[in-house]
Write a protein that binds this ligand. Sequence first.
Ligand code: BDP
Length: 720
Amino acid sequence: MKQFFRLLLVLMAGAASLHADDGYRLWLRYEPLATQAQRDYLREQIACIVAPGSSPTVEKAVAELQRGLGGLSGQPVDLRAAVPELGSFLLLATADDEALDDLELADDLDELGPEGYRIQSVERDGQTGIVIAANRDIGLLYGSFALLREVQTAHSLSHLDLASKPHIQRRLLNHWDNLTRTVERGTAGQSLWEWFQLPDYRTPRYEDYARACASVGINGVSLTNVNADALVLTPQYLEKVAALADVFRPYGIRVYLTARFSAPMELAGLDTADPLDDDVRDWWQDKVSEIYARIPDFGGFLVKANSEGQPGPQDYGRNHAEGANMLADALAPHDGIVIWRAFVYAAEEQEDRVKQAYNEFQPLDGQFRDNVAIQIKNGPLDFMPREPVHPLFGAMPETNLALELQLTQEYLGTSVQLAYLAPLYEEVLDTDTFAEGPGSTVAKVIDGSLTDRKLSVISGVANIGTDRNWTGHPLAQSNWYAYGRLAWNPELSSDQIAQEWTRMSFDRNPAVEDTLVPMLMASRETVVDYSMPLGLHHIMAWDHHYGPGPWVDQGRPDWTATYYHRADREGLGFDRTSQGSNALEQYAPELRQRWERIETTPLNLLLWFHHVPWDYRLRTGNILWDELAYRYQRGVDAVREWEQAWADLQGQIDAQRYAHVAALLKRQEKDAVQWRDAVLLYFQQFSQRPLPAGVEAPAHDLEYYQNLQEHYVPGTPSHQ
Ligand code: BDP
């Protein structure tokens, strides 16, 4: 019997690192380091934690360190009141803590601002230690997560000298969550917010969510859908919002709400929501005061107005600045802000859709209050797999401009396909707008440094829901992680972030890292290849947006595919040059010149800007039709290679995540094949050319693909 138990223990120990993992812990797994030597090393470096402060935030930092270091080293880590006589220590101290007095820090803490931290190796009375120092407690929490990341990603703990502070002040997730708990374009379960149970019951999940956000520096959460419901502004709901804010506060996270512009009419029976009407202004002022009475650190409002049927100031003949400023005036006394979205376009408008936001907003430059930020999607259309940069980033120097990225993969395969989006984010952040000469990158526009703006904001549309693993696809967690890391520091590379995330999520297994990092890094481009290569855009299925639909030509013209691809017997693509819609006129001369001619336009934006003849010979040596076909095939081939590579990892990854990803990759291959075949068959009607050698023949005819229908795709607003 005894022997049996011993055997059982041995077996269990062997399986320890590979036990089933449901992904709930995200990148904060804290499994014991692989070898005894590594665990001993960690124990030697940090024998105890010393934290003189006692705020809720410091308590969270200490709890995380105990959880993390305890897990990684395999032994509990003590908390001490003071630096011990013997043994190494980890000290958490803010600038005014006496504990810092006799320690020599490499640099002044002032540099770190309110949220930054310094992590440094120190010596005291012959004792070695590590100090996490910051101006405020939140810096200690961020520093704690950073130190844990160092351990998790296998960096040495000796001679530590790290300092970091965020480039952007307000780093938000935007949840498109309805009060019914459906999530617009959300494919990872229901909304996390259990409105009906709130404020009484607070699931522990809220806190785990906050930990994950704080671990990557996210400090704001807009809770509700931009297609807003005024109900959230009622006292009954504000009490619920306050309960969430209470959970998030120690993690440095403020809540924001989406404000429905017509709320004064819907909630108070006013007969107008005109932003210049005194009763309307008073109503908002009172509402804002009521919110701050419950939530003293409330972040502000996120507003979608006069867009896709939402109410707004234009309903009363007022412009976006008048609407935004009215709310801004109500929020200003409380240090709140308005995040006003520039995602506006109208069906009645004859102008090329991608030009409309610029036309509306650019003339308003300089008219917005200081506590307003105009939130602009990365491209001028709508989160396509690839778009050029939004022209507004280079055109409103006197306005705070915020960047809106999408984490939920509305047009990139939802949570069933692998698309690591950091390379997309990086591409956007690094794009030069030339607004103030060369080097005027989007990163510098939004962090405020380019034209000395005092408010900086970045938002990511969340891909998070109640799925046990939070994001549906186990590997889509990387997008949450990467978004936060880039929001903190837009200069990080997507490759480094992929490596960090992989190490943290798969226990530093080099085999996993060698396979997964290249897969992640290639994935966005692969999705582009098999869905919308060469600058194609908006050729997805109607309404739910999943899968191909280049034939969509019914309904609102600017929601069809034919509006955008313009395929005909001559060629393919939307002419946006000076000969066409002249969307190019909205960009700086440097970009205009580059994109005006086919020869100088990068191939990945070719059909965005040009209508190109099918037999036009591209610089790859292929004619357009052949190049298009090759790219679709290349996308399919890449997914097949991932399936192989992933199969080689069997046994290296816990069975649950291994099997889940393997199944999703198979699905992705099927979807990629469908995209390739459907789109090529459709365009072949126009090109009248055979598929080039090496491109697989479709298994069915065009009609077959046109008749395929997806039902109840999660997140589709018309089904919610
Ligand atoms: C589009 C989505 C729609 C959103 C809209 C927005 O299809 O569901 O409401 O963007 O950003 O991408 O407002």
